[in-house]
Design a binder for this molecule. Structure first.
Ligand code: 3HC
Length: 699
């Protein structure tokens, strides 16, 4: 292992280089080594200027997120920053890559900051439910003013070096490498031809604009959003304190706010979400096989799904051949692609020039022969097993050797399609939960015979598409739909028991979902699920409780928003629905037909049952080996299911609620309907061993 911190001293200049791949996170070992190196440079009389630089792809991207929640190890980041800030010798921070969080705070402690072109800088702590806790809330507003500082800290979004220069956050954007530029500046200083202030010299003597500062604080307070998330409010408090309190007390104030936030369940959930997304993208296939190269793609089927996939592939720089069964269907498919492009241009997501370039990379065909040179072929024909089987048999014949054959199916058994292709090693599922352009999630479905390099290709493709990929085994609906369906089933039981769609949706919005399940169904359209339920009706176990309210709504032509009515009524044709007495009467009739008596269902019960249903389905997915680990299920529900990020996903939320509590709930509910609510075996195993779902997140 290389040293995490190296010092090179040359003609009065000490260059301290941090080297902790991949992102130079400021972990305990690095902090200890840095402090020692910095103190040595301070004590060495031959050293007159210190340059701080980083090896590898980036200047530190922040504190080590994995260390939060564990006992703190000295020296802590605020101490490092304080040591740099009080240095009697000038310190230059030479920045490159992603200068984020504690990394930016370390840079803020230096007297001078230089950045390479392409560097981005930001304070993303708010997205982790915390605040910049190493002096950032105090030093940043003093350096650039309260308003832009609040903007950076409350959005959490990074800015480019050029913008940072405009704001006064850095002192120069230096071509030819920040470290080289820093060295040039240090030499000029030593030669007496350039000034190089220390941080203390720079900070002194400037009186802040108190009125502007306080009005920025007031405006930020007035704009605060979700009251369940405490971090934004505390950031504003800290910025106010930076004006009102003496410097040392300001740091103490920030430290206390940081300690308070880092211990909240919201912050734990947001950290979990960050790490879970990275874990989901990490593959543990033996030998970490390389992905196949993908340049040319084919898409079979030009319906809404196929067209959406084609647009996504074009956006990732691939050339695409769209295949349809005849010229009319092909023209309609290409028209859908054009419409999606048009919408992207209107929304400013695509420039007209980029659209032209993408359009030049798409071609159409009515013959599978046009796919003979494709590296990747995605099947997106309607959900009809016979049709899909035929497509895979044809693709098996025409596709070139080592082409990846993907299906976008939600329900058809991937292994059967793989068998039909006669090359199961090349077959994979790429499942998008929702509209392709609007969903961050891609479920990469790995079949029994899928080759590891094909799996790796699915993950590499997801990265190119800007999506978060989660590996799923083969089952009906994959991870996302299985959990969402369990949630909806539990909620349907409650409808029949006495709750209204409005009460259920409100309870789930209060939990943090952007939409309740019935609002979601109305937007997606009720007919899709209805068609599927009809297809599966013969296979349904008659002993299981079946709620037919959704079917009755469809029979009455209530297909959701597009029909002007579904679970709600849409007098305006769209937008926000209103409660419809007709629906309540229909629910009451269903209840009566089953001999049930309406009971009062409170919001708390709705949320308890929702979480128990989702987490229990997650537990089953783990037992069946469909999901690799609990956090993969969380990622699916965060990125594709609308689960509130600050609750970390259903498995994390189950851990936070307590496994025993939820297992006992499940046992209680199972007395009403055993087949649905029976707790998966894993609950007892975890409880018996004193473990939580988080203990299974080891990939
Ligand atoms: N701590 C620990 N690990 C980190 C990390 C961090 N701050 N940032 C990234 N990593 C790890 C990732 O988990 C991943 O690990 P893996 O390879 O084992 O899966 C690896 O570094 C590479 O990360 P990405 O896959 O995300 O790589 P990208 O190139 O896509 O993105 C990045 C790089 C922009 C730096 C992105 O990782 C990122 O945004 N990191 C988080 C930055 C952040 O939130 N910093 C603030 C931390 S909180 C803080 O500093 C508190 C302070 O105020 C006291």
């Amino acid at each position: 292992m290389t040293e995490q911190v190296r010092t090179a001293i040359n003609e009065g200049i000490a260059t301290i280089t941090l080297d902790n791949p991949p992102v130079n996170a400021l972990g305990a070992a690095l902090r200890g080594a840095f402090m020692a190196a910095f103190e040595a440079a301070m004590a060495d009389p031959s050293v007159r200027v210190v340059i701080l630089a980083a090896a590898g792809r980036t200047w530190p991207a922040g504190a080590d997120i994995g260390e939060f929640g564990r006992p703190p190890v000295a020296p802590q980041l605020p101490e490092l920053c304080a040591a740099v800030a009080r240095s009697a010798k000038p310190v230059i921070a030479a920045l490159h890559g992603t200068v984020l969080g504690g990394g930016l705070e370390l840079a803020l402690a230096a007297g001078v900051r230089l950045a390479e072109p392409g560097t981005t800088l930001g304070l993303p702590e708010v997205s982790l439910g915390i605040l910049p806790g190493a002096g950032g809330t105090q030093r940043l507003p003093r350096l650039i003013g309260a308003k832009p500082a609040l903007g950076l800290m409350l959005s959490g979004l990074p800015i480019a070096a050029e913008r940072a220069l405009d704001l006064g956050l850095i002192d120069a954007v230096s071509e030819g490498g920040a470290a080289t530029a820093a060295e040039g500046l240090a030499r000029a200083y030593l030669a007496g031809t350039a000034e190089l202030p220390t941080a203390a010299e720079r900070a002194g003597g400037r009186a802040p604009d108190a009125e502007g500062w306080l009005s920025a604080v007031a405006a930020a307070r007035a704009g605060l959003g979700n009251p369940r998330l405490p971090a934004p409010g505390r950031i504003i408090d800290c910025v106010e304190a930076a004006l009102l309190l003496p410097e040392d007390e300001g740091f103490v104030f920030e430290g206390a706010a940081f300690a308070e936030l880092v211990a909240t369940p919201e912050a734990a959930a947001l950290r979990h979400a960050f790490l879970a997304e990275r874990r989901a993208m990490r593959q543990n296939d033996p030998g970490r096989v390389a992905a196949r190269e993908i340049h040319r793609a084919g898409v079979v089927g030009g319906g809404p799904l196929g067209a959406g996939i084609a647009v996504a592939l074009l956006g990732a720089g691939l050339s695409v051949t769209l295949v349809e069964r005849d010229q009319t269907a092909l023209a309609a498919g290409l028209a859908r692609v054009a419409t999606l492009h048009e919408r992207a241009v209107e929304k400013g997501r695509l420039t007209p020039e980029a659209r032209e370039a993408e359009w030049a990379r798409i071609s159409g065909a009515t013959d599978f022969g046009a796919l003979a040179t494709a590296d990747l072929i995605v099947e997106a024909v309607p959900e009809d097993e016979a049709l899909k089987t035929q497509v895979f048999a044809d693709l098996g014949r025409v596709a070139k050797r080592k082409a990846v054959l993907a299906t976008a199916t939600s329900h058809v058994d991937l292994n059967r399609l793989a068998a039909a292709s006669s090359r199961p090693e090349d077959v994979i599922g790429l499942h998008v939960l929702g509209p392709v352009q609007g969903t961050k999630l891609l479920e990469v479905v790995v079949g029994a015979g899928t080759a590891p390099e094909v799996t790796a290709t699915g993950f590499a493709l997801a990265k190119r598409l800007g999506k978060i990929a989660v590996r799923s085994g083969v089952c009906d609906g994959f991870i996302g739909n299985r959990v969402l369906n369990a949630w909806r089933t539990a909620m349907d039981f409650l409808l029949e028991d006495g709750a209204t769609p409005c009460e259920i949706d409100r309870a789930m919005r209060e939990f943090g979902f952007p939409l309740g399940p019935y609002q979601g169904l109305d937007i997606a359209g009720l007919d899709l699920g209805w068609a599927r339920r009809k297809r599966l009706s013969l296979r349904r176990d008659p002993a299981r409780r079946y709620v037919a309210i959704g079917d009755r709504l469809c029979e009455a032509g209530r297909f959701g928003q597009k029909a002007g009515k579904g679970y709600y009524l849409y007098p305006e044709g769209g937008g926000k629905g209103v409660e419809d007495p007709e629906v309540l009467a229909l629910i009451a009739a269903e209840r009566q037909a089953k001999g049930l008596v309406a009971r009062k269902v409170g919001a708390e019960e709705i949320r308890r049952r929702a979480l128990a249903a989702m987490a229990n389905e997650g537990a089953r997915l783990l037992e069946e080996g469909i999901a690799r680990c609990p956090s993969d299920i969380d990622v699916v529900m965060l990125a594709g299911g609308g689960f509130p990020r600050w609750r970390g996903g259903p498995m994390m939320a189950a851990d936070q609620a307590g496994l025993l509590v939820i297992r006992n709930d499940l046992r209680d509910f199972a007395r009403e309907e055993d087949a649905f609510w029976r707790p998966a075996v894993i609950w007892d195993e975890l409880i018996k061993n004193g473990l939580a779902f988080a203990d299974l997140n080891r990939i």
